[in-house]
Design a protein around this ligand. Sequence first.
Ligand code: GDP
Length: 141
Amino acid sequence: MLERTLAIIKPDGVRSRIIGEIIRRYEQGGMTPIAIRSTQLTKEQAEAFYHVHREQPFFGDLTSFMSSGPIVVLALEGEGAILRHRELMGATDPAMAADGTIRKAFGTSIDCNVVHGSDAPDTADKEITFFFKNTDLCAIT
Ligand code: GDP
C-alpha cells in the first residue's frame, strides 16, 4: 500500500553533516521525499510533538535534545513506507540496531539516535500535519 510517513533528521544528524547520506538511503530504499524543510523546534514544540512520552523519565532529556539545534523534517511516500522507514532506521537504541541501519551506522546513544520515524498510519498523519500543510506535499513520482 502506498503510504506516507514523517522522518526527522535529529540535531545530531544535522551536526554530523549526514543529511545527504540519509536522504540517499531513503531514495535508494524506494521512498520519495514529497516535502522537506529545516527548522529548529522550541522546547515547547518538542514537548508537543513528543506529548505521548510526557510521563517517561527521559522526556526532559528528549525534548531538550530535540530543541538543541536545527532538524530536517521530511514527508516520505512509498510502498509500505512506515515499516520500510523503521527498517532503514533500525532499533531505538543504536547498540541494538541491525547492521546496515542508519542508527547502527551513525547513532551514538539512545538519545542521539539520528532519526525519527512515525510508527503507524494514524501517528504518521498527525506528525506530517504537525510540520506540513497539505499544499506543501508534492508527489513527484
Ligand atoms: P523511536 O520511535 O524508535 O524513535 O522510539 P520512541 O518513539 O519509543 O521514543 C522516542 C525517542 O525517545 C527515541 O528515539 C529515543 O531518542 C528516546 N527514548 C526512547 N526510549 C528511551 C529510553 O528508554 N531512554 C532514553 N534516554 N531515551 C529513550
